[in-house]
Design a protein around this ligand. Structure first.
Ligand code: HEC
Length: 167
């Protein structure tokens, strides 16, 4: 108060001090995205296309941790307990690894790995192909599956242009 020439300056300087904590909170929320906000935006009964539209490949990459015990995802990385998954989307079912010994259950399924098919598979492998050796219970959450599919799409020969667009 006594220091008139400086009166306006502290006011300007004090502004970032108010803004910074808010920005940090927003940033923290964005970084720890567990999908809550996207889930809310989707409403009660979203279609597969709706969910894919908000899919987050980066989060899908983190979810791939659940698959990594049995699957590799880089070019030429080979098979583990399960076949290598690099570039699997768009391929005929049970064909992604030439050396892998697929079960008859998966081979007899036919068709190709479209995103829709992958969604069914990942929700319950044993339901889509009874007798499959993929002993993985499945992902009940449609958003988890969509994020994973978006990630699989980036891990492909057409990866760069296949990056999902997020609003
Ligand atoms: C416990 C091991 C295990 C886990 C965990 C697992 N898988 Fe598999 N996966 C397999 C096996 C084994 C097969 C071969 C199935 C067969 O031949 O019946 C397979 C097959 C597949 C195929 C078919 C590939 C092709 O060439 O047609 C896809 C796609 C796939 N898994 C995706 C996933 C994804 C994505 C996850 C994570 C959400 C996952 N898997 C988790 C073991 C696993």
């Amino acid at each position: 108060m006594l220091c008139c020439p400086l009166r306006t300056r502290p006011r300007i300087l004090s502004r970032p001090a108010h803004v910074a904590p808010l920005a940090l909170i927003l940033l923290a929320t964005a970084c720890s995205d567990d999908g809550q906000e996207r889930r809310r935006s989707l409403g009660e009964t979203p279609t597969f296309a709706d969910v894919m539209r908000v899919a987050d490949a980066e989060r899908g990459g983190r979810l791939f941790g659940q698959c990594a015990a049995c699957h590799t995802i880089s070019p030429g990385a080979g098979d583990r307990n399960g076949p290598g998954l690099y570039d699997v989307l768009g391929k005929p079912v049970a064909s992604n690894s030439r050396r892998y010994g697929y079960t008859g259950a998966l081979r007899s399924l036919g068709g190709t790995w479209t995103p829709e098919r992958m969604d069914l598979w990942l929700s319950a492998p044993a339901k889509l192909a009874p007798g499959t050796s993929m002993s993985f219970r499945g992902l009940p959450d449609p958003l988890d599956r969509a994020d994973l599919i978006a990630y699989l799409r980036t891990q492909s020969s057409g990866g760069a242009e296949a990056h999902p667009s997020r609003p």
